[in-house]
Design a protein around this ligand. Structure first.
Ligand code: PAF
Length: 437
């Protein structure tokens, strides 16, 4: 017996009755065992819109008929119920399509399986998710429609959704975000999309490390509910024109050196939030400025979700984990530890009472410059809200830096404070669960 999924729809006459009748006829066929019928969903017609809405559903059945034989039965049911040929996208009394037939791929003149357009159609995917949740679970979901259908399924079950957007090539830093999401939410979605819009023309978009198989394995081990892996054309189709641009805070720190970067980040995360509609989204503190930008988008655009920022995960020698660390030569990798060392020294000096920003920055710079070939983009101390440079420490401040080691640009940061009892003091004593702004 083969498990098979059928799409069913009607938009002429008594639509429920037509669907009921078709299902009754299917049940009567020897060698077919209907296992489950989805709810019926009302959908707008495609193409020719001056017609009634459709009711669409999906059927899960077992059969030992060949796919071609099954198709013949479906055509007969359509005919018996009075379906007549209209134009493409025209109205119809009943429509029965084989969506999936076991794990077979079939392409003949009359039949294409899996149904070639099913992943682009909400009206197929939504009912399909009712009868075939396993198709959407632990799966790589490649289209926006399929992602939305999966989310609808979770929402129908009242599940909370945690979302971890990534560009893949996962490391322990990403996995710490997934763990935080798993702790807080019923279901976890991870997206993997190397977003061209956030790379400058001279940046490393093409050589950015990619390894879906490895990422998938890591995510399977930790256990996520879906991996969203859309293609560039689905995210930015031909004629794409809309970008999200956050002012001021994107012009500071990395923004000065990577024009357009945060516009690309803001655009993709807004799009991903619209697609995944999570309850909580998780970001790493390593990209401190990015986290602030995202937080701003959420409050300014009234996006109903929470953001959690999870502490930086470091290699045993202190280097902040980053997908880009693979670019480093063995010597550069060794030397790059200077970043964390200099930040820790700065933190220690603040703890000892140093308040003069110039002095702190000079010390960090001096330390980094011991690596003769390291090229500093910036070392700055900034207000954690506005990201504006500060000239004295009063409360919570981020020390952030970006430094090139050969062809690799690394960023890192540390939060310091000058007064006891500020939020950071609570965070430091409150363990590593994550900063919640
Ligand atoms: O931090 C990243 O990996 C990316 O900037 C993000 C948030 C996934 C957007 O592409």
């Amino acid at each position: 017996m083969v498990i098979c999924f059928i799409g069913i729809g009607s938009n002429l006459g008594n639509r429920e009755k037509n669907i009921e009748k078709a299902i009754a006829k299917l049940r009567k066929i020897k060698n077919i065992k209907i296992e489950k019928v989805s709810r019926l969903y009302r959908t707008r017609p495609e193409g020719y819109i001056r017609q009634n809405d459709f009711l669409n559903g999906a059927i899960r059945l077992q059969t030992n008929l060949e796919a071609g034989e099954l198709l013949t039965h479906l055509k007969k049911i359509e005919k018996d119920l009075g379906r007549y040929e209209t134009f493409r996208f025209g109205p119809r009394i009943i429509d029965l399509d084989i969506l999936i037939y076991g794990n077979q791929r079939i392409k003949t003149k009359d039949l294409a399986i899996p149904h070639p357009r099913m992943y682009a159609r909400d009206f197929v995917l939504t009912p399909l998710a009712d009868v075939a949740p396993e198709l959407f679970k632990h799966k790589i979901i490649r289209t926006i429609s399929a992602m939305r259908a999966f989310i609808k399924l979770l929402r129908a079950e009242n599940k909370t959704i945690g979302f971890v957007p990534t560009m893949g090539y996962l490391h322990q830093g990403h996995l710490s975000l997934v763990r935080a999401a798993k702790k807080d939410c019923d279901k976890v979605v991870v997206s993997i999309f190397v977003n061209p819009a956030q790379f400058g023309s001279k940046e490393d978009f093409r050589r950015y490390p990619r390894d879906l198989k490895r990422d998938e394995k890591l995510l399977k081990q930790i256990g996520v509910d879906a991996i969203f892996y859309p293609g560039v054309k689905a995210v930015y189709p031909k004629g794409y024109l809309t970008y999200v641009s956050v002012e001021k805070i994107t012009e500071r720190l990395c923004g000065k050196y990577r024009p357009g970067h945060f516009r690309g980040v803001a655009t993709i995360v807004t799009k991903l939030f619209n697609i995944v509609q999570p309850d909580t989204a998780y970001f790493g503190q390593k990209d401190f400025q990015q986290a602030r930008v995202i937080e701003k988008i959420i409050s300014d655009l009234n996006i109903p979700l929470k953001v959690k920022v999870v502490p930086i995960v470091r290699e045993p020698d202190g280097l902040a984990m980053s997908s880009r660390n693979v670019y480093l030569s063995p010597q550069e990798r060794k030397d790059a530890v200077v970043l964390y060392r200099s930040l820790r020294n700065a933190e220690a000096s603040v703890k000892r009472g140093e308040r003069v920003v110039k002095v702190i920055i000079r010390n960090i710079t001096k330390e980094i410059k011991k690596i003769a070939y390291a090229r500093i983009d910036y070392v700055e101390m900034a207000d954690t809200e506005t990201l504006e440079k500060v000239d004295k420490i009063n409360g919570e401040v981020v020390i952030a830096l970006a430094v090139w080691f050969g062809k690799t640009r690394l960023i890192d940061n540390i939060l310091v404070m000058a007064k006891p009892n500020c939020r950071l003091a609570r965070l430091r004593s409150g363990g590593q669960a994550g900063i919640k702004w």
